[in-house]
Each structure stands twice: as structure tokens, then as C-alpha cells.
Design a protein around this ligand. Structure first.
Ligand code: NAD
Length: 273
């Protein structure tokens, strides 16, 4: 389908490099006729790659640390000024755990870092939503999408304190979704995405086996980043107007599996040896 996002304005957070889920969303949203501003933390902008994406999408980059309400207010105001009106969509594709990055296991976390994990990976969604609501920055039927992972529901060793942050993120989706829906008819959802080869993904210990296991468990295989981007576009579009307060699995069926024949076969081969 073409021009699904014609006339829509948005903010896309989290494009770091061409592997980022947000990078692919920006490409697809541009293809579908959307106008948007790109944003990332000042430290991420120093890496410079996002400028190439902005040139391709004919837009600008505005730095904002998503844990800073002041930065977010400035970003939202400047974005509306640049785009010429209120927003129709926001992509929150932000996550980072200093504990996971620095190899601290779940039973030996540094609590200052854990606060950062929550602030960056979960509270930043609340801060973004609250800022947008106070500035009345999102049009009716607008759509906010955040990225999550199934470690919010089930135990995944190695995902560390990010699991708790994702559970909080999904809770904010429900809680804020209620208020924003009631007051302004704005939708808030999260997409629980398959393991994906990105900077955030590969920061997780044992990510390759993690990725391979999920792929073998899922009847459709792991959902690639491109497919995730398409799904984001559909959630920004008017075709999904009545979906809100949901965490939707985009994972090739993984979340409903107990075990797959492909995984059992791996053990059977071992037994034969
Ligand atoms: N890669 C996976 O396996 C996977 C699976 C499910 C969900 N997700 C989620 O998808 C989202 C995007 O991650 P990705 O895999 O594309 O990796 P990524 O590393 O490309 O993106 C994470 C982004 O968060 C940004 N960020 C970190 N701290 C920030 C701050 N203080 N303010 C603003 N931005 C900040 C980073 O600069 C980066 O652009 C994250 O929420 C991640 O948890 C990823």
C-alpha cells in the first residue's frame, strides 16, 4: 500500500545506525509520505551517522536526552514548529542498561545504574507522553509506539534489569494509554519484537544463541527489523485506529510456543551421538 502516512507528522527517537529498528522505521515512514523529526541522545549524535538518514529523509535531527523533561519540551516544541503543526505519531525506540552493558548480572546490580536503566528504558516513555500531553502536541487519533521485549513476561537470563524496565514500559503503555485515550483519543501501544541484530540487541550476553534459539522456536522464524518497521507504520496509520493500550507480539509466534520440533531435534541429534 502506498502513502499510508501522507500528511502525517511525527518524531522518531532512537536511530543510531542503519541496524537500528528506528532507522528502518524512518525509511519506511518516509517512503509512506510521513514528515518527521529524528531525535537521539546528544552522545549518539556525535557518532554522526544519523545525519545521513536525515538527509535521505529530507529532515532535521534534534538532540534530546529522553530522560530530561527540559530536553523533551524543547524537542516537541521545535518539532511542531519545524513540521508546521501538531504530531500524529511518535516512535519510542529507546533502551539501555548500564548493568547489562558493563556485565553486571541480575543478582549483583549496581542500583544507581538500575535507576538509569529504568529512567532511559521506561520512564522516558512516561516523560515523552506527559510532555506531549501538557503541550497538547498530538492530534486526535495520533499514535505512540514503544518497543518492548518478551523478557517483560518471562525469565530470560542475560537480559538483566532490562526485563524489569520493559515490564514497567508495558505498564506505562496501559496506564498512560487510558488517560491519553480518554482525554485526547491518542493511542499508546508497544510492540514486543523478536531478538534483532542491533547495537542494543548485541549488547546482551550470549545474544547469538538467544537469537538462534528464538528463531528455531518460532514457526515463522524471528521477525526481522524491516518487518517490525512495517508494523510500526501500520500502527501509525489510520488502519489501526482502535488499537490502544496493547502490547503486541511481533515475534513469528515465539510467545505462544512451549517447544518446537526444530529445538527438540537438536537434543535428539545429541542423544544419538
Ligand atoms: N534488538 C533487539 O533484539 C530488540 C528486541 C526487542 C526490543 N528491542 C527494543 O527496540 C528498541 C530499539 O533498540 P534497537 O535494537 O534498535 O537498538 P539501538 O541501539 O539501535 O537503539 C537504541 C537507541 O536508544 C538510544 N538511547 C539510549 N539512551 C538514550 C537517551 N538517554 N535518550 C535518547 N535516546 C537514547 C540510543 O542512542 C539508540 O539510538 C529498544 O527499546 C530495544 O530495547 C530490541
Amino acid at each position: 500500500m502506498n502513502n499510508l502516512l501522507e500528511g502525517k507528522r511525527g518524531i522518531i527517537f532512537g536511530a543510531l545506525d542503519e541496524n537500528s529498528i528506528a532507522w528502518k522505521v524512518a525509511l519506511k515512514a518516509h517512503e509512506q509520505g510521513a514528515k518527521f523529526v529524528l531525535s537521539n541522545a546528544p552522545v549518539a549524535l556525535r557518532m554522526g551517522e544519523i545525519k545521513n538518514l536525515a538527509d535521505h529523509c529530507n529532515t532535521i535531527v534534534i538532540a534530546a536526552d529522553a530522560t530530561s523533561v527540559q530536553d523533551l519540551e524543547k524537542l516537541v516544541q521545535e518539532s511542531m514548529a519545524h513540521l508546521g503543526g501538531k504530531l500524529d505519531f511518535v516512535l519510542h525506540s529507546i533502551g539501555m542498561s548500564p548493568n547489562v552493558r558493563k556485565g553486571k548480572t541480575y543478582t549483583d546490580v549496581n542500583y544507581e545504574w538500575m535507576n538509569k536503566t529504568f529512567d532511559i528504558s521506561a520512564f522516558s516513555l512516561h516523560k515523552t507522553l506527559q510532555t506531549c500531553m501538557k503541550l497538547d502536541a498530538i492530534s486526535e487519533w495520533g499514535s505512540v509506539v514503544a518497543l518492548s521485549y518478551i523478557a517483560a513476561q518471562k525469565a530470560f537470563p542475560g537480559y538483566g534489569d532490562m526485563a524489569d524496565a520493559k515490564a514497567t514500559l508495558e505498564s506505562i503503555v496501559r496506564s498512560f494509554g487510558y488517560y491519553y485515550g480518554n482525554e485526547k483519543k491518542v493511542r499508546v501501544n508497544s510492540i514486543s519484537q523478536s531478538p534483532t541484530m542491533t547495537t542494543a540487541g548485541s549488547g546482551i550476553k550470549g545474544f547469538d544463541s538467544f537469537f538462534g534459539f528464538a528463531d528455531k522456536m518460532s514457526p515463522l522464524g524471528n521477525a526481522p527489523a524491516d518487518a517490525c518497521a512495517n508494523f510500526c507504520v501500520s500502527l501509525f496509520s489510520d488502519l489501526t485506529k482502535y488499537i490502544t493500550m496493547q502490547n503486541i507480539y511481533h515475534d513469528g509466534g515465539f510467545s505462544n510456543m512451549g517447544v518446537s520440533e526444530a529445538v527438540m531435534n537438536l537434543f535428539e541429534e545429541k542423544e544419538k551421538l
